[in-house]
Ligand binder design. Sequence first.
Ligand SMILES: [Zn+2]
Length: 277
Amino acid sequence: MQKLFKLIIPVLGLAFIVGSCQKDRSVDLASEVVPQNIIDQIARMGFNPDGIERVEEGYRIERDIIITEEFLSENPTRHIVPNQEQYSTNNLVSTNGSRVITMYAPEGGRNGYSAGMIAGLDLAIARYNSENLEISFQRVTSSGGADISMTRLSKRDERRGVLGSAGFPTASGDPYGQIKMSGILESTYGLSTGGIATIIAHEMGHCIGFRHTDWFDRSISCGGSTSNEGTAGVGANHIPGTPTGATLSAKSWMLACTDGGNRPFNNDDQTALDYLY
Ligand SMILES: [Zn+2]
C-alpha cells in the first residue's frame, strides 16, 4: 500500500497543482499587477485574459505561453475562432528545405538540470528527429549562438507547479528562442524520462508554431469548466489532414494540460508535424 501511494501521489500532485493554480489566478493578478491596458490589449487580440502573469520575458498566458512586449506592439488585431484539431500559428520556422535548430540547457548545479532532465531533453529531440522533418534539433553544450536556450523557471514557479513556458516563432521565421522549464520534474514529481520528454517536446512545439490541440476548450485536458484560449493574434490555423475535435484519450503532445505521463507523437501529431515541416 505504501508503495502504491508513492507511485500515485506525484501524478495526482501535478493534476491538483494544475487545478489549484487556475483557482489562484486572481491572487497572481493582484500581487503582480498586470496593467489594465495590457489586459485589454491581450483580450482584443483574442486571448483569454484570465490569469495573465507578469514574467521576465513579458506576459505569461494560460500558464505556458509567453507574449513579449514586442509581440504585443506588433499584433493589435482580433481573429476568428475555428473549432477543429491540430493548429498552428501564422508564423512558422523557415527551413529552406532543411534546418537544424540548436538547443542549449545548463547541466548540474542549482540553476542547471539534473542528468534525468537532460535525458528528457535528449529524448524529446530524438522524437522530433525520428520523424524525418525539414527541421531537426541538436543539443549543444555551449550557450553561445544556440537557437533555443532552455533555462530554469523561478524557484517560486517551480514550487507552485508551473511546468514550462515558451513563445511562438518570429515574423522573420526563427523559432522562439527561450524555453523556461521546471528543473524538479524528476526530483519532486517523480516523472519518467518519457513524461519529462513530453513536456519539453510540448514547449519545443510552441517554439516552432504549434498551438494547443485543445486551445478552443482547455477543459478537454485540464478539466474544470469550458475555457477557450482565443486565437490570440498569433493565429490558430487548422492543419489539414487532422481530425476535428480534440480528445484526452488521443494523448496529443500538444494538449494544454498534462498528467505527467508519456505522450509520444500520435498519428495525428505526426500528420501535423509532417504537414508543417
Ligand atoms: Zn502549451
